[in-house]
Design a protein. Structure first.
Length: 701
C-alpha cells in the first residue's frame, strides 16, 4: 500500500513503442481484468448465492451468513498487475495532472466499463448489486488491495484530490449513499483522449478553438516578451518550483486589458503561447454570455477548459471576461488553481480581488503599426503590392480577428465594381465593419468632398492635415512611443473648429472623415440634452462609448450648448449644469475615438475643455480673393456665361462660404427657369438675397 499511495508520478524505462494511441490503456485493462477475475473467484468461493438469479437484488439469510464469515480481501499488490509500468498517453496524463500510482489505478478501474463491456457484469457481482455496473469507491480500493477505512487511500477521492480537481473522475452525488458506495465516473473526454481522440469536450463545442504553434514572422514585441516569460516559467517548472505531487505549480497568469472589444488581445495571447512552444486552447466566453447573465454556473467551463488544456499540455486563452464581477472572479480563481499557463483578456480592467494568490500579471494589450500593417498585407496577398496598405487602414482600429473578414468583404466590393482590389475598397469594407449604432443620437453623413473642395487659408488647412496625421499615428505615438500622459487618459483625438457661421467648419470635418475613410456622425443635440437630471450625461455616455468602440468621426455641432462655461452655483440648476461639465471633462480624457467640436463663439467654450483639446482650428472670414475662389468653385460644373465677372462680385459682397454657396444655388435656379446659362446678373441677384436674409443693406454697383 505504501508504494501505491506514496510514490510520485510514474517514471522508468519505456517498453516497446505503441502501435496506436490507446494501446497502453487497453494493455492496462487486460491486466485489470485479471485482477477483477481473481477477486470474483475469491468472493464466489463458498458463496451459497453464487448461482442465485436474484443475487444482488435480494439479501437472503445464507448471503448474510456468508458475508459475516467471509475472510478479509487479499491486501498485497499483484506484481502481474503492472502498476509501475505505464507509457504513452497514460504516462503523460499522470505527469500533467500530478497523479500517484493509486490515482492511476482508480482512474483505470473507473473507466473500464466504458471501454470494455466485460467489466460491467463483474462489477455488478462484486458490488452485490446487478444494477451497479460501475466501480464504487470501495471496489476501486479493493482492486488495489486497499480498504475503504484507510484514510490515506480514501483521501485520493476527496474534493481537493487531483482526480477530482482535474476533472478526471466524478462521484455520484446521491447524499443517501455512504462514501464507499458512491459510484465513480470518468468523463467521456478523458476516455476519448486516452484512446487517441483529441476532439474537444462536447461542453466546449462552439466556444473553444485549438491553435497549434506554427511559423509566425514578425512576432509582436509584447507577444515576444510574454512568450519569454512563459518559457522561463516552464523551465522553472521543470525543477523544484514546478508542478509537484499535486500537479499544481505556479504558472504565469496574465490579464490583457484591451482598449476595446476585438482590439487584438486574443491573438496577442495566442502568439505568446505559441512563442513559448505551447498549443493555445482559446475559450470564447461570449458564447456563454447569455447563461452568465442568467446566473449560470461559471465553474463548469473553467473546469472543462482547464482539463482540456492539461490533457493537451497546452496554455489557455480566455475572454472577454464576463460582465458579472462574481462570475469573473470564479473563472479567474478556478483557472489560476489549475496550474495551467493562462492569459485572460477583455475591455474591463482587472480587479485584484479576482485572484486567489494575488499573482496575476495585469497589463495593457498594446499594438504596433508595423505588425498591424503586416497582418493586412499577409491577408491580402499578392494584391497588396499595388496598394498603400498603411495609408488605407491607418485610421482604423480593426482588431486582428476582423482583418480576414474585412479583406474578404473588400474583395467582394472590388469584384462588384469589376476592378482590382484597391485601398478604397479596403476603406469601404473597414467602414462597414466598424459602423457604429449611433443613429439614435446622431445623423450619419457619408463624406462626398475632398481637400480640393476646401477654400481656406494656409494655416487652418495645415491644422486640418495635422488632425488627420494625429488620427493615423496615435497608436504609434501614444502606444509604441509611450507618449501618453498619466491620469488614465485615452488615445482619442479631439479638435475644436471655431469660426463664424458658413466658414467651412462642418465641411472641413467631412473632408477629414473622407481622408480617413470614415463616416461622419453629427450629434443631434435635441436628442441628447434632457430636462431630467442625469439623463443628458447618460445619453452622452452612450455616444462616447459607441464612438470608442468603432471608427467614425463624431461631430458636435454648436458644441457650446453642452461644452459651455461653468457658472457660479446659485441654485440647483447651476449645480447640475456644472456636474454635467465635470462629467464631460472627465470623459474627454478617457475618450479613445475621434471627435470634432464646432462653435461660432470660441469664448463660450470653457477653458478647462480647451486644455483637453488636441487642436484648435480657427476658421477666419474669407477675404476678397478667397471669396472669388469660392464663387468659382461653386459654379465649377454649372453652365455659365463666358463673361462672368466674379472679382467685382466678391469684392462688393462680403459673404461666407456657406452664403456664397446659397447665392450660387439661387443663381442656378434663376438660370434654369429661363433655360439659359448662369449670368453675372443672376449671381448679383443671389448675393443680394443673401444680404437681405441676413438683414444687411444691399450695396449698389
Amino acid at each position: 500500500m505504501a508504494e501505491l499511495v506514496e510514490a510520485g508520478p510514474i517514471s522508468g524505462p519505456l517498453p516497446e513503442p505503441l502501435s496506436h494511441p490507446g494501446q497502453d490503456l487497453l494493455e492496462r485493462l487486460d491486466l485489470l481484468y485479471g485482477r477483477v477475475a481473481g477477486l470474483v473467484r475469491h468472493r464466489s468461493s463458498g458463496d451459497p448465492t453464487a448461482d442465485d438469479p436474484l443475487r444482488g437484488m435480494v439479501l437472503s439469510a445464507e448471503a448474510v451468513g456468508h458475508l459475516l464469515g467471509r475472510a478479509a480481501e487479499p491486501t498485497g499488490q499483484d506484481d502481474a498487475y503492472g502498476l509501475a509500468v505505464t507509457r504513452g498517453r497514460l504516462l503523460r496524463l499522470t505527469e500533467r495532472f500530478g497523479l500517484l500510482l493509486l490515482d492511476l489505478h482508480i482512474l483505470v478501474a473507473a473507466l473500464a466499463p466504458d471501454v470494455d463491456p466485460r467489466f460491467g457484469p463483474l462489477y455488478g457481482y462484486l458490488n452485490d448489486n446487478v444494477s451497479q455496473q460501475r466501480a464504487t469507491v470501495n471496489l476501486a480500493l479493493d482492486l488495489a488491495g486497499l480498504a475503504a477505512h484507510q484514510a490515506v487511500a480514501r483521501a485520493r477521492l476527496y474534493p481537493d484530490a487531483p482526480l477530482l480537481t482535474g476533472g478526471l473522475v466524478t462521484l455520484d452525488d446521491e447524499p443517501a449513499k455512504p462514501f464507499p458506495a458512491k459510484a465513480l465516473r470518468v468523463p467521456e473526454r478523458v476516455i476519448g483522449h486516452l484512446l487517441g481522440d483529441d476532439t474537444p469536450d462536447a461542453a466546449l463545442l462552439g466556444s473553444v478553438e485549438v491553435l497549434t504553434p506554427g511559423p509566425r514572422p514578425g512576432l509582436h514585441p509584447q507577444a515576444a516578451r510574454l512568450g519569454r516569460l512563459l518559457r522561463d516559467d516552464l523551465r522553472d517548472g521543470a525543477g523544484h518550483d514546478g508542478p509537484g505531487h499535486d500537479g499544481v505549480g505556479h504558472p504565469v497568469v496574465v490579464h490583457l486589458h484591451e482598449s476595446r472589444p476585438g482590439a487584438g488581445a486574443r491573438e496577442l495571447a495566442a502568439a505568446a503561447l505559441h512563442d513559448a512552444g505551447l498549443t493555445a486552447v482559446v475559450l470564447d466566453l461570449r458564447a456563454g454570455a447569455e447563461d452568465d447573465q442568467a446566473g449560470g454556473d461559471p465553474v463548469a467551463p473553467a473546469t472543462a477548459i482547464a482539463r482540456e488544456a492539461r490533457l493537451r499540455g497546452a496554455g489557455i486563452v480566455a475572454g472577454p471576461l464576463p460582465p458579472r464581477p462574481g462570475a469573473a472572479a470564479v473563472l479567474v480563481r478556478e483557472l489560476e488553481r489549475s496550474g495551467v499557463p493562462t492569459l485572460f483578456y477583455g475591455p474591463e480592467p482587472f480587479d485584484p480581488a479576482w485572484s486567489v494568490t494575488g499573482g496575476v500579471l495585469a497589463t495593457r494589450a498594446s499594438g504596433t503599426e508595423a505588425a498591424d500593417v503586416q497582418r493586412w498585407i499577409d491577408e491580402i496577398g499578392s494584391a497588396a503590392a499595388g496598394i498603400d496598405v498603411g495609408a488605407a487602414i491607418s485610421g482604423y482600429r480593426i482588431g486582428p480577428a476582423q482583418v480576414r473578414a474585412t479583406v474578404r468583404a473588400a474583395r467582394a466590393l472590388a469584384a462588384l465594381d469589376g476592378h482590382e482590389l484597391t485601398g478604397r475598397h479596403l476603406q469601404l469594407a473597414a467602414r462597414q465593419r466598424s459602423a457604429p449604432m449611433l443613429q439614435r443620437h446622431a445623423r450619419r453623413i457619408t463624406p462626398g468632398v475632398g481637400w480640393a473642395d476646401l477654400v481656406l487659408p494656409a494655416e487652418p488647412l495645415a491644422a486640418l492635415r495635422e488632425l488627420v496625421v494625429r488620427a493615423r499615428q496615435r497608436d504609434r505615438v501614444l502606444g509604441e512611443w509611450l507618449m501618453r500622459s498619466g491620469g488614465g487618459r485615452g488615445r482619442g483625438v479631439v479638435a475644436l473648429f471655431a469660426g463664424g457661421s458658413g466658414t467651412g467648419k462642418t465641411m472641413s470635418a467631412e473632408v477629414v472623415a473622407a481622408d480617413l475613410g470614415m463616416d461622419l456622425y453629427v450629434v443631434d443635440l435635441s436628442t441628447v440634452v434632457d430636462k431630467y437630471i442625469g439623463e443628458t450625461e447618460k445619453n452622452l455616455e452612450r455616444i462616447f462609448s459607441e464612438a470608442d468602440r468603432t471608427d467614425a468621426v463624431l461631430l458636435f455641432d454648436e458644441a457650446d450648448a453642452v461644452f459651455g462655461k461653468r457658472s457660479e452655483v446659485k441654485d440647483s440648476h447651476d449645480k447640475h449644469a456644472n456636474m454635467q461639465s465635470a462629467y464631460l471633462l472627465q470623459r474627454l480624457e478617457q475618450f479613445d475615438g475621434l471627435a470634432v467640436l464646432t462653435t461660432n463663439l470660441r469664448a463660450n467654450i470653457d477653458e478647462a475643455f480647451t486644455r483637453r483639446l488636441d487642436l484648435v482650428v480657427d476658421f477666419p472670414f474669407p477675404d476678397a480673393d478667397q471669396r472669388a475662389r469660392l464663387w468659382r468653385h461653386c459654379l465649377a460644373v454649372a453652365p455659365q456665361a463666358s463673361d462672368l465677372e466674379l472679382e467685382p462680385l466678391a469684392a462688393r459682397f462680403e459673404l461666407s462660404g456657406g452664403a456664397i454657396h446659397s447665392a450660387a444655388v439661387t443663381a442656378a435656379y434663376l438660370a434654369a427657369g429661363r433655360d439659359d446659362v448662369v449670368t453675372t446678373a443672376d449671381l448679383w441677384t443671389g448675393a443680394e438675397r443673401e444680404y437681405r436674409k441676413m438683414g444687411r443693406l444691399v450695396p449698389r454697383p
